[in-house]
Structures are given as structure tokens and as C-alpha cells.
Write a protein that binds this ligand. Structure first.
Ligand code: Z5A
Length: 230
């Protein structure tokens, strides 16, 4: 793949969505995206902003089922795992791979590490089974760079609570569940230091963004030496 996949991960309220929006605005205002556009004539827009679950048409239904189920029936942990995997398979094949193959840049809100952290560490499902399922769903696609926005669970949940009064099915899980998820992200950082970068997301939104800007500028210069630096 000639394009690059950048993923934002972490527990709720870490600021993934806010930081993706800021990164998009910065890349666009700096003129860097216009340069990239010259090298990706097949794409209407060289930057794809997307998320899991919910990046595709099918994914929007799956997101609804996963976060606000239509029935009172409890979603079984294994069923939940399969729905996230189905969302990912569709997302990778129909959105991510074509965009990356055409040389585009992707900023994605959550990817495979979320499944390890939430369904593996959080729900306690078998980690090697999840790795195999991730492999099936992605066809081997991995992120080129992952920002782990690390914030203490209570702070992150507090931010999410302030924003929306009704917490979704995942957000309303127990504090200990979210702490296990956090532990999962810590373990992933140790296992994949080559692609995961930890950012202290308890700092102000502006300071977090400045750190992301610095790291992104460095990487984009390495990946796209033919373009003028940011
Ligand atoms: N999930 C899973 O279990 N398995 C999987 O494989 C996948 C996902 C892919 C949906 O994710 C759920 O799916 C998620 C994991 C699960 N469940 N949970 N819980 P999501 O990404 O759509 O939902 P989320 O993680 O709950 O996103 P979020 O709450 O929107 O968090 P965020 O995107 O990281 O934060 P934000 O929207 O940018 O900011 C939240 C608020 O905090 C907002 O008011 C901001 O203005 C504020 N904020 C942001 N940054 C700061 C700083 N630095 N200081 C102060 N305030 C801030």
C-alpha cells in the first residue's frame, strides 16, 4: 500500500475525535493536503477521516447495534466481538484498502487495538483468538502510526459524561471494565513500540495537539520526502 494509515486509540474521553478534527484542519490549512492531492489524482480527497465501528453503510447499522441495541436482550461477549470484526472487514475492504492503494492518507478513530483492549482485556476473551480474528478482518493491514491518547479512566469518563447525559452501552460498563481496557492499551504499547506512541491526554487539548503536530510532521516528512515539509 502506498498510502498511510494513522490510528487514534484510547479509553473514552481521551480526545480522539477532537484531535482528528484538529489534525484535519491543520493539514488542510497548511496547504500540505493540496500537495498530496497532486500525487493522488484517482482520489476525490487525499485525506480520509473515518472510524470504527461505523465507517461504512453496513458499519453504521452495526454501530447502532453495538452501542444502542434495539432489544433488551443482552449482547453476548462473543457476539459483540464478531460484530466489531464484521464492521472492520467491511471497512478495510471497501474504504481503507482502496484509499491506501491510491496513495491516500487515513486518520482513523479506533482500529484493531481497541478489540484487543476492550474485548480481550476488558471482556476477558482469548487474546490469541482475537489476534486471529483481527488478522481475518484486516487481511493483514496494520496501522503505520497509532496515537494512544492516554488519560486516566475517571477523567475520560467524566469528559464523556459532561458531553452526553445518556451514556451508551459501552460507556456505561463498570469502572473496573474500563480500567482493564486501560491496562490493555498499556500492554499494547509495550508490545508494539514501533508503531504506538503514547500521548499524555490529561493535558489541555491544545498541548496534546501540539505534540501530535510535532510527531505527525516528522513522520509525514519521512513518508513523503518529495512534498514540502509542514
Ligand atoms: N469498541 C470496542 O469495544 N471494540 C472495538 O474493536 C472497537 C470499538 C473498534 C465506540 O467508540 C465504542 O466502541 C467504544 C469502544 C468500543 N466504547 N466505549 N466506551 P467511539 O470511539 O465512538 O466512542 P468513544 O471512545 O466513547 O469516543 P468519545 O467518548 O467520543 O471519546 P474521544 O473521541 O476520545 O473524545 P472526544 O469526543 O474528542 O472528547 C470528549 C469530550 O472531552 C469532549 O467534550 C471534548 O471537548 C473533551 N476533551 C477532549 N480532549 C480534552 C482535553 N485534552 N482536555 C479536556 N477536555 C477534552
Amino acid at each position: 500500500m502506498s498510502g498511510k494509515l494513522i490510528v487514534f486509540e484510547g479509553v473514552e474521553g481521551g480526545g480522539k475525535t477532537s484531535q482528528i478534527r484538529r489534525s484535519q484542519a491543520w493539514l488542510s490549512a497548511s496547504g500540505w493536503l493540496d500537495q498530496l492531492r497532486q500525487t493522488t489524482p484517482a482520489l476525490p480527497d487525499p485525506l480520509l477521516i473515518t472510524r470504527e465501528p461505523g465507517g461504512t453503510e453496513l458499519g453504521k447499522y452495526l454501530r447502532q447495534l453495538l452501542l444502542s441495541p434495539a432489544t433488551q436482550e443482552t449482547l453476548h461477549d462473543r457476539a459483540e466481538l464478531m460484530l466489531y470484526a464484521a464492521d472492520r472487514a467491511q471497512h478495510v475492504e471497501y474504504l481503507l484498502k482502496p484509499h491506501l492503494a491510491a496513495g491516500g492518507l487515513v486518520l482513523c478513530d479506533r482500529f484493531t487495538d481497541s478489540t484487543i483492549a476492550y474485548q480481550g482485556y476488558g471482556r476477558g476473551l482469548n487474546l490469541s483468538l482475537i489476534q486471529q480474528l483481527n488478522q481475518i478482518a484486516t487481511g493483514g493491514l496494520t496501522s503505520d502510526l497509532t496515537f494512544w491518547l492516554d488519560v486516566e479512566v475517571s477523567i475520560g469518563l467524566g469528559r464523556a459524561q459532561q458531553r452526553n447525559k445518556d451514556l451508551d452501552r459501552m460507556e456505561s460498563a463498570t469502572l473496573s471494565f474500563h480500567q482493564r481496557v486501560q491496562h490493555g492499551f498499556q500492554a499494547l504499547l509495550h508490545q508494539h513500540p514501533e508503531r504506538i506512541v503514547r500521548i499524555d491526554a490529561s493535558q489541555s487539548e491544545q498541548v496534546v495537539f501540539e505534540q501530535i503536530q510535532t510527531l505527525l510532521s516528522q513522520r509525514l516528512q519521512q513518508w513523503y520526502p518529495q512534498l514540502l515539509p509542514l
